[in-house]
Write a protein that binds this ligand. Structure first.
Ligand code: TRP
Length: 473
């Protein structure tokens, strides 16, 4: 407990218990101001500090603040490498920042030691791929990488590579944010014409969440349908549930054991913040997420070849797993996987955190109706617009903190139209309600189409994708 401390806004070092008490006080303060019908600016400021304390609390204890429930004894920080005090929190379990524009991704590149996807790399990708870069690359949504140049070097010499991505099936309800890596991976598969493996970590969710094995496995099968609906080519794609595949593949399990032998408890403690009181399943799980990075884990696809390079598109919060993977690879005679990292898909309430499937109002779900989408965007999407029409026309809105604008950067294909929207919103010519309508009109058909495609996915198709078999490439 003694080392679970942080710097709060005032530069004071607080323990989880002290932070908990501060939070409780701050909550009371907000209620008092509201009851007293205080100035809106004062109430907003008090709410802002409350939010910041809550984020700090989650970062330090790994738990959500609950009034009346002080932090438990085993509350612990996830120390994710050399993060300075006050830095954004980014690890596989938590993403938060106090900045309304979202996480500072340039700083993250420095902290994680990855490389920026710069214009030069995007140009090179376009050249090798022979087509215009995906909008996620053009707009910096995939913003960071490791060794992408090596993959392209090899590809230019007619050496193939394969793609690996995954999903932790913690519920049957997927939201639009979950689609980002899959939309991009599908583009990479089409462009490079290469095999793809998709890991569904039902074992991981069983270890981390209060769910039964059967529930996790069921969610894996349900999520597989949403993934298949993204349009992957069944002849080039293998989707697997860890609970099913691990036990059926001696080669996969041998790689898991090799990795386990070459990573110490101290190392995973440093990378993931595990403690002595975490179950041993969690402590050894990173080896299972690492194993698909090596082609020998899939003999039916690569015929035992150990040297097919792997490229992993993922959100940046998964990087700790692959820092570990890249560290062990040379020690067990394998090639390090390359990576492409994406930013997070912001919650409707603002870019301080990512969308969460457990908060229905923070997310647009793949099952939402057009009406629900409209209501959620209108009611909950954080606006960078001004309070009154007059002020908005005069000073304009701020697209950098506006969630509707951010979502358009993910989903609106036309670069010129997007730029015009940015300019009009900034100048005040475009109002918040009009911006929201543009987003609603963009999202509704995308979600409806996804639902239609998902309906067409039969159990038989799921079985086909999930059967270990040779792939064509
Ligand atoms: N751990 C990831 C999650 O909880 C799932 C995952 C497994 C993954 N392997 C991956 C994600 C590879 C990206 C790339 O969502």
């Amino acid at each position: 407990m003694a080392d679970c401390q942080c710097d709060d806004a005032g530069g004071l070092t607080l323990s989880p218990r002290e932070l908990y008490d501060r939070l409780t006080e701050q909550g009371d303060q907000v209620r008092t101001l509201k009851t007293a019908k205080a100035d809106k600016a004062d109430i907003d400021a008090a709410i802002q500090s409350l939010l910041k304390f809550k984020l700090d609390y989650k970062r330090i204890t790994g738990q959500d603040y609950k009034a009346g429930c002080p932090p438990s004894e085993d509350a612990v920080a996830h120390d994710n490498g050399p993060s300075e005090d006050g830095a954004d929190t980014v690890d596989p379990w938590n993403v938060s920042t106090t900045n309304a524009k979202g996480v500072d991704y340039d700083k993250l590149i420095v902290r994680f030691g990855s490389s920026k996807i710069d214009k030069e790399l995007v140009d090179r990708l376009e050249e090798v791929a022979g087509q215009k870069a995906h909008r996620f690359l053009r707009r910096g949504i995939f913003f960071s990488h490791r060794d992408m140049n090596l993959v392209l070097d090899a590809y230019e010499k007619n050496k193939s590579f394969y793609l690996y991505t995954g999903r932790g099936p913690s519920s049957g309800a997927m939201h639009v944010g979950h689609l980002i890596p899959f939309i991009f991976t599908k583009w990479l598969q089409d462009v490079f014409d290469i095999p793809l493996v998709i890991q569904l970590t039902d074992d991981e969710k069983y270890l981390w969440k209060d769910l039964t094995l059967e529930e996790c496995h069921h969610y894996a099968m349900e999520n597989a349908k949403d993934i298949i609906a993204c349009g992957f080519d069944v002849n080039k794609t293998f989707i697997f549930s860890d609970l099913d595949y691990m036990g059926s593949s001696p080669e996969f399990y041998r790689n898991v054991v090799k990795i386990q032998k070459h990573v110490t408890f101290n190392q995973v403690k440093g990378i993931f913040g595990f403690t002595e009181s975490d179950c041993i399943g969690k402590i050894s799980f990173p080896a299972i997420q690492a194993a698909p990075s090596f082609s020998s884990s899939f003999p039916h696809i690569f015929q035992g070849r150990k040297d097919v390079p792997c490229l992993i598109p993922c959100a940046i919060d998964q990087d700790p797993y692959f820092r570990m993977t890249r560290d062990v690879a040379p020690r067990i005679g394998y090639t390090k996987p390359a990576l492409l990292h994406s930013t997070f898909f912001p919650a409707l309430q603002g870019a301080q955190t990512k969308m969460s499937a457990s908060d229905p109002n923070s997310s647009i779900f793949l099952t939402d109706t057009p009406k629900q989408i409209k209501n959620k965007v209108n009611k909950h999407a954080f606006s960078g617009g001004k309070d009154t029409l007059e002020e908005h026309r005069k000073h304009g809105g701020n697209p950098d903190v506006d969630v509707s604008f951010m979502y358009l950067t993910f989903f609106l294909e036309d670069d010129e139209q997007l730029e015009k929207i940015r300019q009009d919103y900034t100048s005040g010519a475009l109002l918040t309600g009009e911006l929201k309508k543009l987003l609603i009109d963009t999202l509704q058909p995308i979600i409806t189409e996804h639902q239609l495609k998902r309906k067409e996915v039969t159990d038989d198709m799921v079985k086909q994708f999930m059967t270990p078999r040779p792939l064509n490439f």
